[in-house]
Design a protein around this ligand. Structure first.
Ligand code: PEP
Length: 250
């Protein structure tokens, strides 16, 4: 068996201010104690320097919410992996459903972003997940397999370096969580797909669950054999909730 620690990653989305970041992180750092799981916060670009300073030397790792698929140049509004690296970013979310939905990110782009992060020593948190319509049409397996296959196709040689996040779109920000059994079933599929690509290394790849995870449902979700942590949106903005989820992963 592979002994990997769980990862609890907060995704603040577009919620932050200098003052609220400081208050939130101070409370989380104070409550963290001797946590054994890995913890990260994925913050909006303008706050990377501030948050990097606050969490420096602590058990909280700095994360970004996206990374450009391009190395540099005429890509207005984008942030390169090299830039993120300069600010000490350890994780970057790629292919979040909000990027796929509102910014037209397709599997090929998600795959290129994954490659760019890996090239700069940043661990990509690759998000996959089906919409409600896809689930109801019985397409869940097909959709998540297609999304992960694109990333494996282009990054197979270093696939063991990625983190995967299964985030059913219908569960994100809706208060509707996948049941532990529903989530485990998909995680098991993803694990098998990773095993096909990476062999025994697949056991060491962390597959996070995301979608309305909170203090109440985290213990059961995190107890599933193939759920190796969580990607936490709303509940990562409240220190007490985020700390309880971390405690459930310890
Ligand atoms: C997310 O945005 O990755 C997420 C899981 O959000 P929430 O926890 O708010 O559903």
């Amino acid at each position: 068996t592979v002994h990997k620690s769980k990862l609890i990653a907060g995704n603040w989305k577009m919620n932050a201010s200098l003052a609220s970041n400081e208050t939130l992180l101070k409370a989380v750092l104070e409550g963290l104690g001797a946590s054994v799981c890995d913890v990260a916060v994925c913050v909006p670009g303008p706050y990377l320097a501030q948050v990097g300073g606050i969490v420096s030397g602590s058990a909280i790792a700095l994360g970004a919410q996206d990374v450009s698929a391009h190395p540099s140049g005429a890509y207005t509004g984008e942030q390169s992996a090299a830039m993120l690296q300069e600010f000490g970013v350890r994780y970057a979310i790629v292919g979040h459903s909000e990027r796929r939905q509102y910014h037209g990110e397709r599997d090929e782009v998600v795959s290129a972003k994954t490659a760019m992060a890996l090239r700069h020593g940043i661990t990509p948190i690759v998000c996959v997940g089906e919409t409600l319509a896809e689930r109801e049409a019985g397409q869940t397996e097909e959709v998540v397999k297609r999304q992960l296959a694109a990333v494996i196709h282009d990054n197979g040689h270093c696939i063991s370096e990625i983190v995967v996040a299964y985030e059913p779109v219908w569960a994100i920000g809706t208060g509707k969580t996948a049941t532990p059994e529903q989530a485990q079933a998909v995680h098991h599929l993803l694990r098998a797909q990773l095993h096909h690509a990476a062999g025994d290394h697949a056991a060491g790849i962390r597959i996070l669950y995301g979608g309305s995870m909170n203090a109440a449902n985290a213990p059961q979700l995190l107890a599933q054999p193939d759920i190796d942590g969580g990607l936490i949106g709303g509940a990562s903005l409240k220190s007490a909730d985020f700390l309880q989820i971390i405690a459930a992963a310890n």
